[in-house]
Design a protein around this ligand. Structure first.
Ligand SMILES: Nc1ncnc2c1ncn2[C@@H]1O[C@H](COP(=O)(O)OP(=O)(O)OP(=O)(O)O)[C@@H](O)[C@H]1O
Length: 336
């Protein structure tokens, strides 16, 4: 029996597929599709010696940046890998209960997506945490492979495809053919690093502080504006904290200035795409030239990124359908 057949058999025994992401967690249940989709967030109270879980997932969204005292917001993952074991366990417990609670599966078997470059220690920590949350892990699947299935690429054919999974914590580039990742490159930056770059720019250049929620809103607005010249020159009004006057304030920043911040971020990702293309064997390169490059993940919608990749490589870029759900859909397809 080949390794691929063996892996397929193991996946076939799974009840669930889990896309445990830096920003969002999604669960695909066999026979039902994606049944859970919430932010990867926990809120704990540290009032006593043992942290007490107060809220998980969607309920925590509005609390981010607004807690004080013993309240602590925890993100289970950072840069695509487990960062807080306790938050990871609670997030998975919550997600699994919400997904299959009524079915009372005692110890559901799951396949879980993982960054293709995750270390042995990072994989082990994920499996242990999933076990603690009551899941029997049957396989960890590289995310670019799952995303390529989810994007509907002909992954199992003798044809080359390139997919870039643009998440919140990582950006992973994969070249796929015959059911395998032939070339893989990644960089541990994504949508969250871009939010932070916007926050840092406004702070250092204008002494104006904004929170994560505002940075996310600004990014979404700018991402969609790129090719509309008129709106590029317009200003965005931000609400935040003026460091010099020391109080709440509004501040106007030109969209063009923030586009520069996104451009610098995109350049880091373009370097990794170029690297992967350099490593790609000629026949697969030819297929990718014909097909273009596919993008998945939430950050795939950043138009400046799509544009920068096309400019640097001369290849067309396509955003997959339902880009945020590609990993979960692909994992689901691999369970069959
Ligand atoms: N329209 C959009 N424009 C720009 N960015 C977006 C858009 N929609 C979502 N995002 C960003 O996509 C990211 C979330 O994507 P996704 O859910 O694929 O990440 P994740 O799977 O949690 O992360 P990772 O795989 O890196 O662990 C967030 O950073 C969010 O800001």
């Amino acid at each position: 029996m080949t390794t691929t057949q063996h892996a397929a058999l193991k996946r076939g025994a799974a009840d669930l597929a889990i896309d445990f992401g830096t920003a969002n967690t999604r669960i695909y249940v066999r026979g039902s599709g994606i049944v859970f989709e919430e932010p990867s967030l926990c809120c704990f109270s540290d009032e006593t010696w043992e942290p007490k879980l107060l809220a998980v997932g969607e309920a925590v969204t509005r609390m981010v940046g607004r807690t004080s005292g013993p309240l602590r917001i925890a993100r289970p993952l950072a840069r695509g890998v487990l960062n807080d074991i306790e938050a990871g366990r609670e997030m998975l417990r919550h997600a699994i209960h919400a997904s299959i609670g009524r079915r009372r599966l005692r110890s559901p078997r799951a396949i879980i997506g993982v960054p293709a470059d995750a270390t042995h220690a990072e994989r082990t920590a994920l499996v242990t945490t999933a076990n603690d949350a009551g899941v029997r892990v049957v396989e960890l699947v590289p995310e670019p492979l799952a995303a390529a299935f989810g994007a509907g690429l002909p992954v199992e054919e003798p044809e080359g495809s390139m997919l870039i999974e643009c998440g919140a914590g990582t950006t992973e580039v994969g070249v796929l053919s015959l059911g395998a990742l032939c070339v893989q490159r990644s960089v541990r930056i994504g949508g969250h690093a871009l939010n932070q770059a916007i926050i840092d720019h406004l702070h250092s250049r204008h002494k104006f502080l904004i929170g994560q929620e505002t940075a996310e809103r600004v990014k979404l607005e700018i991402s969609e504006r790129l090719f509309d010249d008129q709106s590029n020159t317009s200003d965005l009004e931000l609400k935040g904290h003026n460091v010099l006057s020391g109080g709440p304030a509004t501040f106007c920043v030109s969209a063009q200035e923030l586009i520069g911040v996104i451009d610098r971020h995109a350049a880091l990702i373009v370097d990794v795409v170029r690297d992967a293309l350099n490593e790609t064997p000629p026949e697969l390169s030819r297929d990718i030239h014909d097909r273009g490059i596919y993008l998945s993940g939430g950050s795939a919608s950043v138009k400046i990124l799509q544009h920068a990749i096309t400019q640097a490589t001369g290849l067309r870029t396509h955003v997959a359908d339902e880009p945020l759900r590609c990993v979960a859909k692909g994992l689901g397809a691999m369970m069959v």
